[in-house]
Structure formats: C-alpha cells, structure tokens
Write a protein that binds this ligand. Structure first.
Ligand code: PEP
Length: 256
C-alpha cells in the first residue's frame, strides 16, 4: 500500500525547553548554513515559544519551516500562558500536538490532542501529531491498541483530506531522550500499524499520503538504518537537533 515516492520526507527539530531568542537564532542560522537536501526533504525547526520570532527571522529566505511545540485550541481569551494558532501567523507553519512530554507531564488527553490538531489545521498550519506507547504497554503487548486509540481519537474528528495533510510522529515513550531508539523493525512495524489505522478510518489514498515520522533518540549513528526503511517518512528529533551538524546528518539520511 505504501508508495514512498509520493511522500516527501520531513525532519523536524524539537528543541524542547532549550534556547532563548539569541542562541535559538544562532542555532537556526547554523542549520541553514549546512548544505541540506532541501529539494528532497522538508526541514522544520520547533523552538520554544519565546524563540519563534527570532528563529523565523533567522530562516527567512530559506526553505526551512518553523513550528510551535505547543498551542491551545481556542483563538483568544482568558487563557493565561497559552498561545493560540492565530497568534502564530507569520511565525510558524507547523505545530506539534500530543508530544508524550505534554501528555505525561501536563496531563494532555487524547481529546485535547484532537482539539489542538483541529485548531492547527483550521489555522492553515500543518500538525505534527505525536503518538507512542510506554515501555509497560509494549511489554504487555498493547502497542497496537495504544497507537490505534491515540490516533483514532484524532482521526475521527478529521476529514480524509485533513488526515492526509497531517504529519504523524511515532514516538515510543521509552525511546524519547533515553538513548535507546526503537529498532528499525520496531519503528517500521508500528508505523505500518498507524498507516493501516489511517486507511481504515479514511481510506487508502489518505493513508498513502500521510507522512509518518519516527522519533526517539534518533542520532547520526542510527538515522541511516531507521530512515532508510520503507514507510518511515523522516524523523522528529529532540536531543540531537540541538547540534546543527548532528541534525544536518539526520536530514541528509532522510533524503531518498
Ligand atoms: C522528541 O522530543 O520528540 C524526541 C524524539 O527526543 P529525543 O530525540 O531526544 O529522543
């Protein structure tokens, strides 16, 4: 069912709660100065909210996209500390929803992720919807069920066109920031299950178009093996994305 030629790989950097405007812009300029295969790979930087303006300015005139790590689904109002999708106008064209750190540390539910994804799409941005199982869930043989539940909660609110236009990141919780990446076979299997779930919800054309990344301790050492697998359409990169040369090596490995 998969047709890799039809999908452009996408590699996104999740800087998490690291960098301010000054060093964020410096890192963005360092990434832009790498000789990246922009003709073949979409490259996205997701700085913290305070760095969005500086990073957007730093990459202006380059093909590098900018993404927000977090948004609230309401457009405006009394939501202290939150950032809405309309507030990202001119700054970001992507936003992450459902990162496991948001789910685990800040109590985000599947329904929250659905609301956020809808708001991101409604605002004309591309959502990067993160899903993944914990180690206990994997050990209990529940990975497929967990992924299906998380992804279905979002898909049921989307049209087939919206799901096709989204990016999904398969990020096993046990692999994030641990230095223990999923094996290429594990990543490929889980991504296959996610694509099958999209097909069941919205048909094969949507499933063939939706881009599904792998995330979890991706590094220059393991990226070629992971990103060389059919069906793995790039990576969501945390730790290694704070080093321009390491991030660039991962982007290059994503080029078909
Ligand atoms: C992430 O934050 O999405 C991530 C995958 O982090 P790391 O690459 O550090 O595991």
């Amino acid at each position: 069912m998969t047709s890799p030629e039809a999908r452009r790989p996408i590699v996104a950097a999740n800087w998490k709660m690291n960098t301010g405007p000054h060093d964020g812009a410096e890192l963005a300029r360092a990434v832009a100065a790498e000789n990246l295969p922009f003709a073949q790979v979409d490259v996205v930087l997701c700085p913290p909210a305070t760095g969005l303006t500086a990073v957007a300015q730093a990459v202006q005139g380059t093909p590098i996209g900018v993404g927000a790590q977090h948004v609230y689904w309401e457009s405006s109002g009394a939501f202290t500390g939150e950032i809405s999708v309309p507030m990202l106008t001119g700054l970001a064209s992507y936003a992450i929803a459902g990162h496991s750190e948001r789910r685990q540390l800040f109590g985000e539910t599947d329904l929250d992720v659905q609301h956020k994804t809808l708001a991101i799409l409604a605002g004309g941005l591309t959502p990067i919807v993160a899903v993944g199982e914990s180690l206990d869930q994997r050990d209990a043989g529940a990975t497929l069920t967990v992924l299906r539940t998380q992804i279905t909660a979002v898909l049921e609110a989307l049209s087939p066109e919206q799901s096709a236009a989204s990016v999904i990141a398969y990020e096993p919780v046990w692999a994030i920031g641990t230095g223990r990446n999923a094996s290429p076979a594990q990543a490929q299997e889980a991504i296959g299950w996610i694509r099958d779930t999209v097909a069941a919800a919205h048909g094969c054309p949507a499933a063939e178009r939706v881009r599904i990344q792998y995330g979890g301790s991706v590094s220059p050492e393991n990226c070629e093996e992971l990103l060389g697998r059919e069906g793995i359409d790039g990576a969501l990169v945390g730790g290694a994305s704070l080093d321009a040369a390491k991030f660039a090596a991962i982007v290059r490995a994503a080029a078909p």
